[in-house]
Design a binder for this molecule. Structure first.
Ligand code: FAD
Ligand code: NAI
Length: 475
């Protein structure tokens, strides 16, 4: 006899577990199924984000940044740090503990909100009167029925054709977060978000890092001026990034990896490395979901086809997060999860794709929201730009980190903010102000007229807004 629920959520990543909690808050009986296992075989909800994505990568970025500071920046503060050593095993163990805290926290939240959690793989078995039956296999072996189903099965790393991940020499993001000792030479393919974040971690710890990128431009989706500034900083740090390459044959041996490629000048080159991280994007995951059993429609990339409201082709079946179109970001998945739960309750769930922020957690950090200068040009929009460098910000000087700038793009006629782009210290936090401003359709002048605490990095945001009207006060 199958257990009956109002809502069954498949997947407990940021899209799924948040959808489950919101649906339960709205008074529904909710089941949430997730198959991720921790090293003891127990449940590890949180998905890619918690287990092998956002959280562990930020833990390693933090540890490696402390190491980098001790080695290179303490001296300017008068602190002598000799014999600074990195215990990689301890760093990785700390990262694992941070992950576990998050897994446990999610289990607690599901329980607190009376969501029934099932540890196992959920697969559609059939459509039934007023809903769908889902078969669970794994630690839990049972059948549940939901009047509404939310699919939040996430994504997997994309491998290079002919070069599968062995997680020993050729690593996905999973293996990249479990490297046990600093490799002498580390190669990465793809200078996107993962390439830059993971490349930064291991460079700071002493690896000789080379990133091979297929496109001729660096961070093509980022505002050009910001990408250029970031590239300058990475070059200075010794992060080698080769653009416009065509990767050829990859050979793996006991000692390492040999990568043949053609560089931007058309020359044949080979690169030897101890390990290779392949970070060339991710593919939507519907493995084991048995989508065919109910006729759930997928597109040519394997993503579940949804409309603007996350409705699939099947009545009562929704899909959110990485498994559908749009940016593969945890906060986008969460917003969609909340919106779908609210739509099921007859409310007007809403996700504004124009104000989804992006952050790359390198040093300097890169963050943006809204359109870039090149997009505005392409769209034929008349705009005004204003920039302010952290070099002229008192707090940044006191911190000893003056790289980068804040840049505002505002409509030339109405002054409405169209995009805000940042590279520099703690811009992952500063970007929130820009998101709020854009959600409220603020003008650059609105930000320029708001009192910002002194001394703070946020004053650079205010000054960049002032710069739109060519009236910065401190530059
Ligand atoms: P996922 O998090 O992938 O969760 C899907 C869950 O579904 C998994 O737990 C999986 O086990 C489960 N599942 C799949 N199929 C089934 C099934 N049939 N039955 C039961 N369970 C199933 N995003 C950010 O916003 N900020 C960051 O800093 C960031 N850093 C990242 C760093 C790395 C290295 C990577 C790889 C990604 C990062 N991301 C980041 C992206 C972010 O992790 C994803 O966008 C986010 O996890 C997507 O959430 P989701 O719920 O759609 O899917
Ligand atoms: P990505 O899409 O960010 O970057 C992939 C890069 O690889 C691109 O620059 C692309 O041009 C390049 N590439 C693709 N094929 C190639 C080939 N054959 N040879 C050479 N270069 C090639 O993808 P990435 O870094 O794998 O990350 C996946 C996603 O995970 C991100 O897009 C993002 O959505 C999410 N993520 C988010 C983070 C954050 O928010 N801070 C951190 C890490 C990941």
């Amino acid at each position: 006899m199958s257990k009956q629920f109002d809502v069954v959520v498949i997947g407990a990543g940021p899209g799924g577990y948040i959808a489950a909690i919101r649906a339960a808050q709205l008074g529904f009986s909710v089941a949430c199924i997730d198959e991720w296992k921790n090293d003891k075989g127990g449940p590890a909800p949180g998905g890619t984000c918690t287990n092998i994505g956002c959280i562990p990568s930020k833990a390693l970025l933090q540890s490696s940044e402390h190491f980098d500071h001790a080695n290179h920046h303490f001296a300017e503060h008068g602190i002598t740090a000799t014999g600074v050593k990195m215990d990689v095993a301890k760093m990785v163990a700390r990262k694992d503990a941070v992950v576990k805290q998050n897994n446990d926290g999610i289990l607690y939240l599901l329980k607190k909100n009376k969501v029934s959690f099932f540890h196992g793989r959920g697969a559609f078995s059939k459509a039934v009167e007023g809903g769908y039956e889902v078969q669970i296999t794994g630690a839990a072996n049972e059948t549940v029925t939901g009047k509404q189903i939310i699919v939040a099965t996430g994504s997997n790393a994309r491998a290079l054709p002919g070069t599968p991940f062995d997680e020993e020499r050729v690593l996905s993001n999973d293996g990249a977060l479990r490297i046990g000792a600093v490799p002498k030479k580390l190669a990465l393919i793809g200078s996107g978000v993962i390439g830059l974040e993971m490349g930064s971690v291991w460079r700071r710890l002493g690896a000789d890092v080379t990133i091979l990128e297929g496109l001729p431009t660096f961070l093509g989706a980022v505002d050009e001026q910001i990408a250029k500034e970031a590239k300058k900083a990475f070059d200075k740090q010794g992060l080698k990034i080769e653009l416009g390459v065509t990767v050829g044959q990859i050979k793996t041996g006991k000692k390492g990896v040999n990568i043949a490629y053609t560089n931007a000048k058309g020359e044949a080159v080979t690169l030897d490395a101890d390990k290779l991280i392949v970070s060339i994007g991710r593919v939507p995951n519907t493995i084991g979901l048995n989508a065919e059993a109910v006729g759930l429609q997928l597109d040519e990339r394997g993503a579940i086809v949804v409309d603007a409201e996350c409705k699939t082709n099947l009545p009562g079946v929704w899909a959110v997060g990485d498994v559908v179109r749009g940016p593969m970001l945890a906060h986008k998945a969460e917003e969609e999860g909340v919106a779908v739960a609210e739509r099921i309750a007859g409310q007007h769930g809403h996700v504004n794709f124009n104000t989804v922020p992006w952050v790359i957690y390198t040093s300097p950090e890169i963050a943006w929201v809204g359109r870039t200068e090149q997009q505005l040009k392409a769209d034929g929009v008349k705009y005004k730009a204003g920039t302010f460098p952290f070099l002229a910000n008192g707090r940044a000087r006191a911190l000893g980190d003056t790289t980068g700038m804040v840049k505002f793009l505002a409509d030339a006629t109405t002054d409405e903010i169209l995009g805000v782009h940042m590279v520099g210290p703690m811009v992952s936090e500063l970007i929130s102000e820009a998101v709020v401003a854009m959600e409220f359709k603020a003008s650059a002048e609105d930000i320029a007229r708001i009192c910002h605490a002194h001394p703070s990095l946020s004053e650079a945001t205010k000054e960049a807004a002032l710069a739109v009207d060519k009236r910065t006060l401190n530059f």
